[in-house]
Design a binder for this molecule. Sequence first.
Ligand SMILES: C[S@@+](CC[C@H](N)C(=O)[O-])C[C@H]1O[C@@H](n2cnc3c(N)ncnc32)[C@H](O)[C@@H]1O
Length: 375
Amino acid sequence: MSLNENLRIARKQKNDEFYTQLSDIENELRHYIGHFAGKVVYCNCDDPRISNFFHYFSYNFERLGLKKLITACYRNQERDLFSRHDSERAIWLEYNGNSKGGRMPDVGDIGIREFEGDGDFRSEECIELLSQADIVVTNPPFSLFREYVAQLIQYGKKFLIVGSQNAVTYKEIFPLIKDNRMWLGVTPKGRDMLFDVPEGYAQELVATAKEGSAYRVVEGVIKGRLGNAAWFTNLDHKKRHEELILYKCYSPEEYPSYDNYDAINVDKIAEIPIDWDGAIGVPITFLDKHNPDQFEILGFSSLWDDGFKSHTFYGDFTEMRPDGTKTGMSGQKASGYPVLKGKSPKGNYLVRDEEEVYTLFRRIFIKRKRRSNQG
Ligand SMILES: C[S@@+](CC[C@H](N)C(=O)[O-])C[C@H]1O[C@@H](n2cnc3c(N)ncnc32)[C@H](O)[C@@H]1O
């Protein structure tokens, strides 16, 4: 395995130790205030000694009208800034608000309990806590995101969690988005999010990565950066009901049909034609603007079958560079991508005899919903 590949994998595992900043939590949570009254909130990947999710909910307990806050922490055996505790046992904590009616959490009101096991969110002890919860809010380990979401769905929980925006393209996650069982939060997808990171990792970032790319220094503190973090939820929010204002009309020249999917191509969300009732392929950034009253999601240009299938494949095509020389690859690599007829305006293309086609970035396929006032 190459050094770069090793670094990439190590970095991926370290991303599991990215700690969410209070300002990011406040910015997102302010759009859901009405959802929390009388509810039990569970933060299950959160060491209360350092988690800003615990901080946010304990300090806003009365304002949100919470019934109970449960916070559980996973075993953490490294002794660094983020795990100064002496015990290797995981703990969980219950808070029912300030018993004296104050607005600040009182240490005496926080019940601290030890787990028998390590506090893994999949353990029986944690599932027992999960079953008491109405809403789960946290930033779970990115590497276990699929399993984490599957559990929330299995137990029918409401949730608001941080993940990688790439998760929308996962075979296990996209169908949930398509079926409106999960959607993006309010903070625009792809907005830079900075995270607190363990001291050792901060030093490693400075030594091995580029400032501005993998990390930033804010007031002398090294913060891990993820350009692709996103909030995922099944709590309704206002932005999800904002109508996308459309102004362009369909023309076959401007909106060609794909060669391999029964849909027209749109490169910019704002240019979705107002008068096209069939399937439309749009960039993944569409999910930030998706209003389920306005559009239906049909599928994704993927390798798996989500019901909206590619009908043409290019295994017997040859890939060419823009200068007309062969790259040595076949058109097999076009699988899972939308394809247009012709020569790419910028990059490589595929040929078979006289036929020329080229691939685009992955697309989500959508369809406008008819409205009563549109006949
Ligand atoms: C991305 S960090 C976020 C921490 C915290 N939720 C926050 O946002 O600041 C993910 C956390 O999940 C914990 N974790 C890793 N594996 C876990 C598991 N199987 N069960 C529960 N927590 C786990 C890690 O120790 C880490 O603290």
